[in-house]
Ligand binder design. Structure first.
Ligand code: ZN
Length: 191
């Protein structure tokens, strides 16, 4: 398994719309080993998720995993999930303000509106159909990763640029109030 180089903001690959995979593509050793590397890279960088564009491969593959994440200590755990050719459908049009960060946007966070409920349809890494709903903060994570596959970054969705801040400024000025909001969401949705 290898750790892949992460593309940072300004790299054109982050603005590409990722290409879908066929079942045949997905079963190849090259793609299976790429998925192993993608997961290893996410874990190495302590990301809550990662999309293939972020490692210079614009393919419709992303991974999400939250296990007591030090970058986002308030995020509820979510088991490792690989999505291939994913699609989201909004199941709850209510939104919440999520303070997001991104492995491709080093040392910057900002406030983004996300839907509180989305239904996810995708293949797993072996091509089996997945269909499930996520709520709250977890729904925010899925929307962030699917944005990557559409060539979007969280900074595109920051409605008020005055919320942009370094991680140090986040901890100093925003963390306490955001954690309160995050806890209320986790309590409400269990995610
Ligand atoms: Zn990201």
């Amino acid at each position: 398994m290898g750790i892949l180089k992460i593309a940072t903001i300004g790299e054109p690959v982050l603005r590409e719309i990722a290409h879908p995979l066929s079942q045949e593509d997905l079963q190849t050793p090259v793609i299976q080993s790429f998925i192993d590397d993608l997961i290893a890279t996410m874990r190495d960088a302590a990301g809550a998720g990662i999309a293939a564009n972020q490692v210079f491969r614009p393919l419709q593959i992303c991974a999400i995993c939250v296990e007591n994440n030090p970058r986002y200590p308030y995020k509820p755990n979510f088991p490792l999930t690989v999505l291939v050719n994913p699609e989201l459908e909004v199941t709850d049009p209510e939104t919440f303000r999520n303070f997001e960060g991104c492995l491709s946007v080093p040392n910057l966070r900002g406030e983004v509106e996300r839907y509180t409920g989305v239904h996810v349809r995708a293949w797993d890494r072996f091509g089996a159909a997945l269909s499930f709903e996520v709520r709250g903060l977890t729904a925010g994570t899925f929307q962030h990763e699917l944005d990557h596959l559409g060539g979007k970054l969280f900074v595109d969705r920051v409605a008020d640029p005055r919320t942009l801040c370094t991680w140090q400024a986040f901890e100093r000025y925003h963390q306490a109030s955001f954690v309160e909001r995050a806890k209320a969401l986790v309590q409400k949705y269990g995610q």
